[in-house]
Design a binder for this molecule. Structure first.
Ligand code: PLP
Length: 385
């Protein structure tokens, strides 16, 4: 796989002196996709009104059709939104009028913070309660997540958000086993697949979730501000964007197409992102990133004398690693760890707190290689010496 690593990194704008191990937070857009976005933007600015009103709508449909083919969804069942937070808000706020005091909104303790707060907002407004199933960390098997969800569902559960890949702990949840637990009880479930699009072979038809969102700007390489929302046809008439605009009550697709004036070029560039990921090889990219994630986290854990936190079948191209001595979030080094790694050692990656302990999360993209994680290893050993 010699074309990956340093060689392919030239196709990004990333600073050469930084070991960039945080594709997970905001992605990183390749030059080719940025060029495509600039072309769209130039076209838009040359004949603005015609572009927005006449040219952008069919181009959006075209991009959604290509995306739908990639994720096993019909174009009519998916819409573009700016990010996963927008998608989750649209769904939660649309369903919210049905929630009553005492109802339970279920998620797990590894949920992304913004989605937890969205559920709390719905609970605050309606008197419902947020219930979080406690998923152990470290974890030994995906079935442990299934058990936690099974135990967490009650007669009062009215809605659930389940991560496909968890943000703080980088775990791939077995959603194929989890979704049916809700479906058989008629409880609507939304999957937050912010990290899953691009990293995993996702398929809306196969999953049968009520709602699914994925960010195109993370592992699919699209420009920032591009994500999709899938809604099962049976719910589409009930789901509205959080911004109510001109197209209110004209149908699921038109309502999400116009939520106010907005630059559509990130959405339109999803076609270029799909072309890019296909050109480098979807399977090859996933295999490279997964193999690197396993190799890098094993090397770091060995070097730092810490235990592995998850089995290989719960890891994609992202892994969380325990720091030497498994420090708590009050440890003297951890408060400034992220900034020190960035500023003193030129290592960019998130420092994560979970259950009172501090971890680092590594992303493993095609532009990374072991030298990035070796730099991290040396930096952490200096800091914790
Ligand atoms: C599980 C999960 N959901 C959502 C997001 C972020 O979504 P947004 O693009 O809305 O900021 C992240 C970001 O890392 C995430 O890990």
């Amino acid at each position: 796989m010699s074309q990956f690593g340093k060689e392919i990194r030239k196709r990004w704008l990333l600073d050469e002196d930084v070991a960039f191990m945080n594709h997970g937070s905001f992605g990183a857009c390749p030059r080719d996709v940025l060029v495509a976005q600039s072309e769209w933007r130039n076209k838009m600015e040359r004949q603005l009104v015609k572009f927005i009103t006449v040219e952008a709508p069919p181009a959006t449909t075209d991009a959604l059709t290509r995306l739908g083919e990639f994720i096993g969804a019909k174009e009519k069942d998916i819409v573009f939104v700016d990010n996963a937070t927008t998608a989750v808000n649209a769904v939660v706020r649309s369903l919210m009028p049905k929630f009553k005091p005492g109802d339970e909104l279920f998620t797990t303790t590894h949920v992304y913070g913004a989605m937890r707060k969205t559920l709390h907002y719905a609970a605050d407004v309606t008197g419902a309660k947020v219930v979080e199933g406690v998923v152990p960390f470290p974890i030994e098997s995906p079935d442990q997540v299934v058990e936690v969800v099974k135990k967490g569902i009650t007669d009062k559960t009215k809605f659930a958000i389940i991560d496909h890949i968890t943000s703080p702990t980088a775990l791939v949840y077995p959603i194929e086993k989890i979704i049916p637990l809700f479906k058989e009880r008629g409880i609507p479930v939304m999957i937050d697949g912010a990290h899953a699009l691009g990293m995993l072979d996702i398929n809306m038809t196969k999953y049968g979730a009520d709602f699914y969102t994925g960010n195109c700007h993370k592992w699919l390489y699209a420009p920032k501000g591009s994500a999709f929302l899938y809604v099962d046809p049976k719910h589409q008439k009930d789901i509205h964007p959080t911004n109510i605009s001109h197209n209110y009550m004209t149908g699921f697709k038109p309502e999400f197409e116009w939520v106010g004036t907005h630059d559509p070029t990130a959405w339109l560039s999803v076609s270029a992102a799909l072309a890019f990921i296909k050109e480098i090889g979807v399977d090859e990219m996933r295999r490279y990133g997964h193999t690197l994630a396993i190799e890098a986290r094993n090397m770091l854990a060995r070097s730092w004398g810490t235990k592995l936190l998850a089995p290989e079948n719960m890891i994609g191209m992202l892994a969380t690693v325990a720091l030497p001595g498994n420090p708590t979030d009050t440890d003297k080094h951890t408060a400034t760890l992220h900034d020190r790694l960035r500023d003193e050692f030129h290592c960019e990656l998130p420092v994560i707190v979970m259950d009172g302990h501090t971890y680092v999360r590594i992303s493993c993209q095609v532009y990374n290689d072991m030298s990035d994680y070796e730099r991290l290893d040396a930096a952490i050993k200096r800091i914790y010496a």
